[in-house]
Design a protein around this ligand. Structure first.
Ligand code: M6R
Length: 612
C-alpha cells in the first residue's frame, strides 16, 4: 500500500517519477505528490490519482534532477491534499515519503509538540519528518545519520525516502516490513516500492532488507547500513522483467488482459515442472526439503483474500492426493491467536505480491517456533519469497489489476503440482490416477482458451443481472472455494454484495434471502455430487431465484431448469477450479464495467496490502 518512487541523476526527475507513480498506482490511488529540487525545493500534492497531480503541476516549476514521489492509500488521515505525501519538516528543509504505519506516532507527536514542532496533517508519517529534523538540528547530523537516529524511535512498518534541501546530492531510503528497491543505473539511482518504475532504466537492483538504510549520492556512490550502523554488502540482482508486461497490451483494462493471459500463464506455472508423456512432476522448491515435507505432521496454509481461497483449494488437493492434513488460516488470525505450531509443521504462505503484511507477520511468528516456511509467491524477490526457507514462484508475471485473476489460477497450478509430487513420494496416488492427473493438467491451458471464447455469452448474462443488489455463489467440494472467490471478485469490483457458500449450506440460512431479484451462481460441474447440486438449483428456482449455472459441456438436465448456463469442458475434479473460476472472472468484469466502476482500481482497495 502506497507507492514510492525517487530519482537522483542527470535526467529530469519529474517525468521519471510521474511514470513510476503510474506504474505503482495499483498500490493506492487516494492522493499523489512529488517534491523536486532545483536550487529551490518544490512540493506538489493532490487528492486523487496521479493524473490529478499532473494536472495540478502543469505550468508550475517541475525542474530538478532529484526528486521523490508518492501515491497514497490512506491509513491515518482522510485522503486530501494536506495528508498527501511528501511531508515537509517545520524548517522546510527535509521532505519525506512513507509507506507503512508508525504505530507509536501519537506518543512521538506529543513529545515533538512539546519541543515546539507544529503539525499540519493528520498522518502518522508527519512525525517522522519532524523527528528527523529534531535530531538533525539537535546533534547537527548529516541527513542519513538523522534518519538512522529517528528510526530507532519509530515502532511499526515503514519504507521511507528522505531528501534534505541542505544536501541536494543525496537521497536516503530505509525499510522495515514495507518493500523498498534500489535501482542502480548509469550515474543515476532509483528508489521504488517495487521494480516496475525502475525496469525501463536498469535491471540491476538491490532489495533492501528490514532495518537497512541506504544513502545514494549523485557521484555514483551508495552505502547500505543497518539501523545499528553495521555496514552491509548487499547483493546486486539482475531482474528479468519486460516493459510490455507492465502495459495493457491493447486490452481496455489490466484485469481483462490478465484474464486472457491465463492459458499462457498457466503454462508458465507448469513449465519444467511436469511432463505427462514421461510421467513426472517435480516442483523444484520442494526437492531439498522432501523428507521434511513428506514427513510433516500437518501443513498450515496462511494467506489473505484470493490467495486464501487458493489455499482452501490447496487443502482439498493436499488431503485428497497426498493425504497430508492441512489447516487453512487467515494470516491475520493465525498471527494473533496464539496457535499451536510445532517444529514438525510446515507453514505454506500464499501471496501474489509477496508483501502482504499479515502474511509476513504470520510467517515471522511461525519461524520463531521452528516450523519450515514454504512460500508460493508471484513477485520475485519480494519479502515473503526472501523470508521463507524454500518455495516456488508461480510465474504468472506482473498482475496489475487489483482483482486477482491469473495469480489465482497459477497458485492453483503450483498447489496441484505440489500435491501430485507429494502424493507420488508418499505413495498415496495410484500410478494410473497419477498419469490421468498429469495429462489432465497439460490440457488445462487449451480448455481455459475454450472458455474464454464464451465471453460474449457471459457478457450477455452480466447485462441481465447487473442491477442486482445481492448475489449468492454456490459450489461443492473443490468448487466451494471457487464460489467464495466468485463472490469476492464481484464484491470488490462491482460493489454488489455477494456471498459464497457450500451449496448444501444454503438451506441453513441463505435460502431466506432468495427471491426473484437474487442471482444465484451455481458451480454444477462436480461429477461426484451432481444430483445434489441439481436439487440445490431446484430449491432456488422454487423460490424464484435467478440461476446462472456453470455446467459441463453437453449437460442437459440443468439446462432445463437454470435461467442461464455457461458450459465448461470436463476435467478431473481436483483440477476443475482452474476452469470453473474463469466464467466467474469474466462475469464480474462485465458487471463492473456495465455499472461504470473502475475495474482496475476499485474504490478503497490497493493491490499490495502492506499494512496490518
Ligand atoms: O498479494 P496477496 O496475494 O498476498 O494479496 C492478498 C489479498 O490482498 C488479495 O488477494 C486481494 O484479496 C485481492 N484484491 C483479491 O482480488
Amino acid at each position: 500500500m502506497c507507492g514510492i518512487v525517487a530519482y537522483i541523476g542527470k535526467e529530469q526527475a519529474y517525468p521519471i517519477i510521474i511514470e513510476g507513480l503510474r506504474r505503482l498506482e495499483y498500490r493506492g490511488y487516494d492522493s499523489a505528490g512529488i517534491a523536486l529540487m532545483n536550487g529551490e525545493l518544490n512540493t506538489y500534492k493532490k487528492k486523487g490519482k496521479v493524473q490529478d497531480l499532473e494536472d495540478f503541476a502543469e505550468g508550475k516549476n517541475i525542474k530538478g534532477t532529484v526528486g521523490i514521489g508518492h501515491t497514497r492509500w490512506a491509513t491515518h488521515g482522510k485522503p486530501d491534499d494536506i495528508n498527501a505525501h511528501p511531508h515537509v519538516s517545520g524548517n522546510g528543509d527535509i521532505v519525506l515519503v512513507h509507506n507503512g504505519i508508525i504505530e507509536n506516532y501519537s506518543q512521538l507527536k506529543e513529545a515533538l509538540i512539546e519541543l515546539g514542532h507544529e503539525f499540519e496533517s493528520a498522518t502518522d508519517t508527519e512525525v517522522l519528518v519532524h523527528l528527523i529534523e529534531q535530531y538533525q538540528a539537535k546533534e547537527n547530523l548529516p541527513i542519513e545519520k538523522a534518519v538512522q537516529k529517528a528510526l530507532t524511535k519509530a515502532v511499526g512498518a515503514y519504507a521511507i525516502v528522505v531528501f534534505d534541501r541542505k544536501s541536494p546530492d543525496r537521497i536516503v531510503g530505509a525499510r522495515k516490513s514495507s518493500p523498498l528497491v534500489l535501482g542502480l543505473g548509469k550515474e543515476e539511482f532509483f528508489l521504488a516500492s517495487d521494480a516496475t518504475p525502475i525496469i525501463k532504466f536498469t535491471n540491476k537492483v538491490i532489495y533492501l532488507n528490514d532495518e537497512e538504510i541506504v544513502t545514494v549520492k549523485r557521484n555514483g556512490d551508495y552505502e547500505v547500513v543497518t539501523i545499528d550502523n553495521e555496514i552491509q554488502n548487499p547483493e546486486v540482482q539482475e531482474i528479468d522483467l519486460k516493459i510490455e508486461e507492465l502495459e495493457k497490451g491493447g486490452y481496455d483494462h489490466f484485469m481483462l488482459k490478465e484474464i486472457y493471459q491465463q492459458p499462457k500463464t498457466i503454462k508458465e506455472s507448469m513449465r519444467g515442472r511436469i511432463n505427462a508423456e514421461e510421467g513426472w512432476v517435480t516442483v523444484g522448491g520442494m526437492q531439498d526439503h522432501m523428507t521434511r515435507l513428506t514427513g510433516a505432521d500437518r501443513m498450515i496454509f496462511a494467506a489473505c483474500g484470493t490467495s486464501w481461497h487458493a489455499a482452501l483449494i490447496g487443502e482439498y488437493l493436499f488431503e485428497d492426493l497426498a493425504r497430508i492434513p492441512v489447516e487453512v488460516e487467515y494470516a491475520s488470525e493465525l498471527r494473533y491467536r496464539n496457535p499451536v505450531i510445532r517444529e514438525n509443521d510446515v507453514i505454506v504462505a500464499l501471496s501474489q505480491s509477496g508483501e502482504t503484511a499479515d502474511t509476513l507477520a504470520a510467517l515471522e511468528m511461525a519461524k520463531k517456533k521452528g516450523a519450515l516456511l514454504y512460500g508460493i509467491v508471484n513477485n520475485v524477490g519480494s519479502s515473503i519469497a526472501r523470508l521463507t526457507d524454500c518455495g516456488s514462484y508461480i510465474h504468472a508475471g506482473p498482475e496489475i489489476g487489483v482483482a486477482s485473476t491469473k495469480a489465482f489460477t497459477s497458485q492453483l497450478v503450483v498447489l496441484a503440482l505440489m500435491a501430485m509430487n507429494l502424493g507420488k513420494e508418499r505413495g498415496t496416488l495410484s500410478n494410473s490416477y497419477y498419469r490421468q492427473l498429469l495429462y489432465a493438467m497439460e490440457q488445462i491451458p487449451d480448455k481455459v482458451s475454450q472458455i474464454l471464447e464464451q465471453e460474449e455469452k457471459i457478457k450477455y448474462i452480466a447485462g441481465e443481472i447487473k442491477n442486482a443488489q445481492n448475489a449468492l455463489y454456490l459450489g461443492r467440494g473443490y468448487n466451494f472455494p471457487v464460489a467464495l472467490e466468485g463472490a469476492l471478485k464481484l464484491k470488490e469490483i462491482s460493489y454488489i454484495h455477494a456471498e459464497g457458500y457450500p451449496a448444501a449450506e444454503m438451506k441453513h440460512g441463505p435460502i431466506a434471502l432468495i427471491d426473484m431479484y437474487m442471482p444465484v451462481i451455481v458451480i454444477a460441474t462436480n461429477q461426484s455430487a451432481y444430483e445434489k447440486v441439481v436439487s440445490n438449483i431446484q430449491e432456488v428456482k422454487a423460490r424464484k431465484g435467478i440461476v446462472i449455472a456453470i455446467v459441463l459441456e453437453g449437460d442437459k438436465e440443468i439446462k432445463k431448469i437454470a435461467d442461464f448456463t455457461i458450459e465448461i469442458p470436463e476435467t478431473v475434479e481436483p483440477l476443475s477450479p482452474l476452469l470453473s473460476v474463469i466464467p466467474m472472472q469474466l462475469l464480474s468484469y462485465h458487471i463492473a464495467l456495465m455499472r461504470g466502476c473502475n475495474v482496475d482500481q476499485p474504490r478503497n482497495l490497493a493491490k499490495s496490502v502492506t499494512v496490518e
